[in-house]
Design a protein around this ligand. Structure first.
Ligand SMILES: Cc1cc2nc3c(=O)[nH]c(=O)nc-3n(C[C@H](O)[C@H](O)[C@H](O)COP(=O)(O)OP(=O)(O)OC[C@H]3O[C@@H](n4cnc5c(N)ncnc54)[C@H](O)[C@@H]3O)c2cc1C
Length: 470
């Protein structure tokens, strides 16, 4: 049998890699998807986006029931959680979608190759060899290679995860709900787990090194989140520098400096949520011309690295947010380019952010500060959910929609939502930015009533000082 030469070999089956594989198959490319783990789906499906959102749904339902008397639900005082069922439900969702991915690979004629993939150097005669460790085959050959090896949780120096010191992996499968949890880091991962475990009854404390939570978001969004978290009883320190994490008989003690004094707090567990490191070591990059900046791979607009025939997508790429949807679209761009079909480069300013804590955050485009830095004269429209009728119906009044628009031409430069369903609502804003919509145009688009999305309409009108509902 002649040796198979694939059109494309993709290393890593997270959302970046599996999306690239499916689209490559759809485009008629002979495709191999190499995965070291027993299951397809990567961080996102197994220990990231999907299981966290499953737990957040439980948390939301539980919160509603706890406040049930207002909704006319009776006998809710003694409501409690069955942790086993919650964990099984979460795992069931993950397993269902992992199976779905296997089906999609078969459907699109993608060969799934088990093992650890490594680059071996430049192509020879236009053909790359990818070494496979721990699999049935020792190597495969491909005309083009896409690297999508993803990321791992960063750890504080000298520490490793165990039963008390947790990363996103351990915190998802705890044997029981901890009585207390310290969360170090208030990015999306940190505030989501803080939200989940607070709703489940834990005493939660956030330690953030920077002056505000969710530091990549608009400052007013951070302020609102901190206000609501305080109201929910989630303790927090900003400008907090963690000095040590020590294990005790029953948990951990974290020593940190905040407000210019050294402080100590104890808890049953600590979650380290200080960001994610790209998985670019030990994959053979050093044998190629691929440029790496602090571990992240540099690419051009089509996701090509500096080594001919090798692309990089997903969490390992420099300058892109480490988000599933960003990696997935990068995968589509890469393989469409490989197939020689026309494709639009990704506009990094149009990648939405979504944080599923309570209240949710959805954002796209420039923050007010970034727009000012870029030299724009601004007109801001802001509308609070307190004045939105659907927010009253769903009993969730926290937050607002904020539209940042250019004063001269009216173009919408950024939208920042904190409040109910913000992660769903943000889709309209992404479309608005993509279509270079002005605030005036948005203010003339009919939004169904009563919807949370009407807050967008009111915020667009607020840009001109004429919102209907405030
Ligand atoms: C707790 C948490 C919640 C999150 N929630 C969200 C969210 O709600 N929305 C969102 O957009 N993003 C979210 N993210 C981020 C999201 O999970 C990542 O952006 C996404 O998984 C990155 O996709 P990827 O394909 O680049 O890498 P990964 O998902 O990390 O997948 C990489 C894959 O490559 C495999 N691999 C690595 N090296 C090799 C090798 N040498 N050979 C073979 N296989 C290899 C790995 O086993 C893995 O399967 C969350 C992350 C965390 C930790």
């Amino acid at each position: 049998m002649p040796e198979t030469i694939y059109d494309v070999a993709i290393i890593g089956s997270g959302p970046a890699g599996y999306t690239a594989a499916i689209r490559a198959g759809q485009l008629g490319l002979k495709t191999a998807l190499i995965e070291k783990d027993a299951v397809l789906g990567g961080t996102c499906l197994h220990v990231g986006c999907i299981p966290t959102k499953a737990l957040l749904f439980n948390a939301e339902v539980f919160d509603h029931v706890k406040e049930g008397t207002e909704l006319g639900l009776e006998n809710t005082a003694g409501v409690s959680l069955n942790w086993d069922i919650i964990q099984k439900r979460k795992q069931g969702i993950v397993d269902k979608h992992a199976k779905g991915l296997q089906f999609l690979m078969r459907k699109n004629k993608v060969d799934v190759i088990r093992g650890y993939g490594k680059l071996t150097g430049p192509a020879s005669g236009g053909i790359h060899t990818v070494a496979i460790e721990g699999g049935e085959q020792k190597a495969i050959k491909a005309k083009q290679v896409v690297l999508s090896t993803g990321s791992v949780a960063r750890m504080l120096p000298g520490m490793s995860a165990d039963e008390q010191i947790l990363t996103n992996i351990e915190v998802l499968s705890l044997k029981q709900i901890p009585k207390s949890l310290i969360v170090i880091g208030s990015g999306a991962v940190g505030v989501e787990f803080a939200s989940i475990y607070k709703s489940f009854g834990a005493e939660v404390t956030i330690l953030e090194m920077l002056p505000r939570y969710v530091p990549v978001e608009d400052e007013e969004v951070s302020k609102e989140l901190m206000r609501v978290y305080r109201k929910r009883g989630i303790n927090g320190f900003v400008n907090a520098r963690v000095e040590s994490v020590d294990k005790t008989k029953n948990g951990v003690v974290v020593t940190f400096t905040a407000d210019e004094k050294q402080q100590k707090i104890e808890a049953e567990k600590v979650l380290i949520a200080i960001g994610r490191a790209p998985r670019t070591e030990n994959v053979g990059i050093e044998k190629t011309k691929i440029k790496v900046e602090r571990g992240f791979v540099e690419v051009d607009g089509y996701m090509r690295t500096a080594e001919p025939g090798i692309y990089a997508i997903g969490d390992i790429v420099a300058g892109y947010p480490q988000l599933a949807h960003s990696g997935a679209m990068a995968g589509i761009v890469a393989v469409t380019h490989i197939a020689g079909k026309p494709v639009k480069k990704i506009n990094r300013d149009r990648i939405p952010g979504a944080t599923y804590c309570h209240p949710e955050i959805g954002s796209v485009g420039l923050t007010e500060a970034k727009a000012k830095e870029a030299g724009y004269e601004l007109k801001i429209g802001k509308f609070p959910f307190t004045a939105n009728s659907r927010a009253s119906i769903v009993g969730s009044h926290e937050g607002f929609v904020k539209i940042v628009s250019d004063a001269k031409y009216g173009e919408i430069l950024g939208v920042h939502i904190i409040g109910p369903n913000a992660t769903e609502m943000i889709a309209e804003s992404v479309l608005a930015l993509e279509m270079e919509c002005t605030a005036e145009e948005l203010a003339n688009i009919i939004h169904a009533h009563p919807t949370l999305s009407e807050a967008m309409l009111d915020a667009a009108n607020a840009v001109f000082g004429i919102p209907i509902n405030t």
